[in-house]
Write a protein that binds this ligand. Structure first.
Ligand code: SF4
Length: 441
């Protein structure tokens, strides 16, 4: 049986490197003439409030523009770039700002491409079997060919986030929340493994000009990796991408589910890699944050090193969805800043959909509607503070942290949009990290 082909190319020349990676894997072999092509970049996050580090977080506009040129040269006229970024779905200004900043408006002027915020477009429910149905953007379902352009990154809940995972950005918000399911059998990995099933024929190009450790967002560690990985088979691209990031696919739940369902091995034995050898381009990327637990508390290692005591902030699990995840880092930052050296009185913080209170805690903070519904009547809670919203209101969180004796700075929460900008200083003056990769000149 013919092997699935994956090409791996070092990024040297903007247009030539992309052309090489696409043609070496036969990426356009199944592209029908006059096809309606949908390009799915990865714009996982955006803010209008500040310039934030995008390297390894967002697909470079350089690769998007070169892909548009390649498609046009191939005779393709009907090209739509579509994304549903993780911002308030009612907020249409932030996605519009992202598209303009990233040069998609210019691509429209230069090449006649369309670009859409999928939150402003219709969705269609698709039954994926095993009792799972998700609502997909209709444009991608009706396209003839998908060009999926994720970023080469690890992810703190799914180990890696590549071609298959990138498609979570084309389902509606309710479906995304459903993916972070508390059912241990039909969990996040199980849902993600099905997400690419209704897609048209596709080409996956993993943009590894920049890669990201501990993604998916701007607080991860960004690297200049200068790689492109491509395949007409999305699973094969992801299996190779996972290996390049230093993670055996057998440790990535959603890759295991996908491969098992399709009768594919995880050891790459049915894949032919063309171009660079995997061993020569592999660079281990951590995916997770270390937490410590002892009798004085439970919290991320960095906070434990600082000496915080009396706070039990459990490590997030895969049931916590993106909107609560975004607040989680902020709450930890606020707690860290509030530490004055005096131990707190056994305060536990619970997140996601599955956690249950520990006995003996003096106060329990429930973050989000899911935690409130699950634990509001739990007998082990002595004193409960709950931010009941979905996603929770940041002001509610400030209030209950203060009531529980953790005097956090409310300004941190009211200026949450500014937070991503603080991470820019890590990359200042480093010529490897060039903002122009995200602009169209
Ligand atoms: S409360 Fe949080 S974890 Fe629950 S559905 Fe809403 S965003 Fe997801």
């Amino acid at each position: 049986m013919a092997k699935n082909v994956v090409s791996v190319v070092r990024y040297e020349e903007p247009y030539q490197s992309l052309k090489k990676v696409v043609f070496e894997c036969g990426g356009f072999d199944h592209l029908p003439s006059k096809a309606r092509v949908f390009i799915k970049p990865n714009i996982v996050f955006w803010t209008r409030a500040c310039t934030f580090p995008k390297w390894g977080v967002i697909t470079t506009s350089r690769v998007i523009e070169n892909m548009v040129i390649l498609l046009k040269e191939h005779g393709i006229e009907d090209i739509t770039i579509g994304e549903g970024m993780a911002v308030d779905p009612e907020d249409t200004k932030t996605p519009a700002h992202a598209f303009e900043y990233l040069g998609y408006k210019k691509l429209k002027e230069l090449y006649g491409v369309k670009y859409i915020n999928i939150m402003e477009r219709p969705f269609r429910k698709v039954d994926l079997g095993d009792g799972i149905s998700l609502k997909y953007n209709q444009d991608i379902l009706e396209s003839d060919f998908l060009v999926d352009i994720p970023v080469l990154k690890t992810q703190n809940q799914t180990v890696v986030s590549l071609g298959i995972k990138n498609l979570k950005g084309v389902i509606d918000i309710a479906s995304r929340k459903k993916c972070h399911n508390a059912d241990s059998q039909k969990d996040l990995h199980f849902h993600i493994s099905k997400i690419s099933d209704p897609m048209p024929p596709s080409l996956t190009v993993i943009d590894g000009i920049f890669s990201l450790e501990r993604g998916p967002g701007f607080d991860g560690r960004m690297k200049r990796s200068n790689l492109l990985v491509a395949s007409s088979d999305m699973l094969s691209a992801d299996l190779v991408g996972s290996r390049i990031l230093g993670h055996d696919p057998s440790t990535v739940g959603y890759l295991v589910h996908t491969a098992n369902r399709r009768g594919r091995p995880l050891d790459l034995s049915d894949i032919e890699v063309i171009g660079e050898e995997i061993e020569n381009v592999t660079s281990y990327h951590e995916y997770d944050f270390d937490y410590l637990k002892n009798e004085s508390g439970e919290m991320p290692k960095a906070l434990a090193k600082q000496g915080l005591k009396g706070i039990y902030y459990r490590k997030y699990d895969a049931t916590m969805c993106t909107y609560c995840s975004a607040l989680n880092g902020l709450i930890l930052t606020a707690i860290r800043q509030a530490w004055q050296g005096e131990p707190w009185d056994n305060i536990e913080v619970l997140t996601g959909k599955a956690m249950e209170p520990s006995p003996g805690m003096k106060a329990t903070l429930l973050i989000g509607q899911c935690m409130y519904r699950k634990n509001k009547d739990h007998p082990d809670i002595q004193k409960m503070f709950a931010a009941k919203g979905c996603p929770p209101d940041p002001q509610d969180i400030v209030d209950f942290l203060n009531k529980a004796g953790i005097a956090v700075d409310s300004a941190l929460f009211s200026q949450v949009d500014q937070l991503p900008g603080f991470f820019m200083s890590r990359y200042e003056g480093n010529p490897d990290f060039d903002e122009s990769f995200f602009r169209i000149s």
